[in-house]
Design a protein around this ligand. Structure first.
Ligand code: ADP
Length: 182
């Protein structure tokens, strides 16, 4: 199976859940920038303080900040990995490509988890995280459409993209993902 994977898709598509399952069964390192940022917030670090307000508004944290987090994790890890929630815009995608070229570890596959807006909002409202109220959710979806969705075409052109329907049960989606992975 591919050893260097990226999960792309809107908030609520189930990237985190599916990434965790796949990493538990395959031994890949699960790298979620959202989880890492929330850990910084919880620990009350300077970085966490900087990120907290931005995340609460549903905006993107600065590229430099998330890139520093990803760089330090990937540089100190020898095996395979799965990126979840990063990159979220073209600048981050380009910075990632530069980093992976430096490390000699090119990306192998990008899994796009696809789901319509209305089930996304329903799932996110049910989750109840600090940034999961309806106004902030709508804003996160528009940030996704404007800044992150262009990455779909970017990775399609590179021949890395596979599409997975993200509706149904956790098990059904997991099985579609494993079928889609080379
Ligand atoms: P979701 O996919 O449900 O929006 P995440 O946990 O991936 O949840 O992200 C939560 C928040 O963390 C985002 O709304 C954003 O503020 C911040 N964040 C996560 N990853 C990034 C990133 N790569 N670049 C900038 N901000 C990020």
């Amino acid at each position: 199976m591919s050893q260097r994977i990226l999960f792309l898709g809107p908030p609520g598509a189930g990237k985190g859940t599916q990434a965790q399952l796949l990493c538990d069964s395959s031994g890949l390192l699960h790298l979620s920038t959202g989880d890492l940022l929330r850990a910084e917030v919880k620990a009350g670090t300077d970085l966490g303080l900087e990120a907290e307000a931005v995340m609460g508004r549903g905006e993107l944290v600065s590229d430099d900040l998330v890139l520093a987090i990803v760089r330090s994790r990937l540089s100190s890890h020898a095996g395979g990995w799965l990126l979840d929630g990063f990159p979220r815009n073209l600048a981050q995608a380009e910075a990632l490509e530069t980093l992976l070229a430096e490390l000699g570890q090119p990306l192998e596959q990008v899994v796009l988890l696809e789901l319509d807006d209305s089930p996304l909002v329903e799932r996110l409202l049910g989750r109840g995280r600090a940034d999961d109220n309806e106004t902030v959710i709508r804003h996160r979806l528009s940030v996704y459409a404007e800044q992150t969705a262009p990455l779909i075409e970017h990775y399609r052109q590179q021949g890395l993209l596979v599409n997975v329907e993200a509706s149904g049960t956790v098990e059904a989606i997991a099985s579609r993902i494993s079928t889609a992975l080379d």
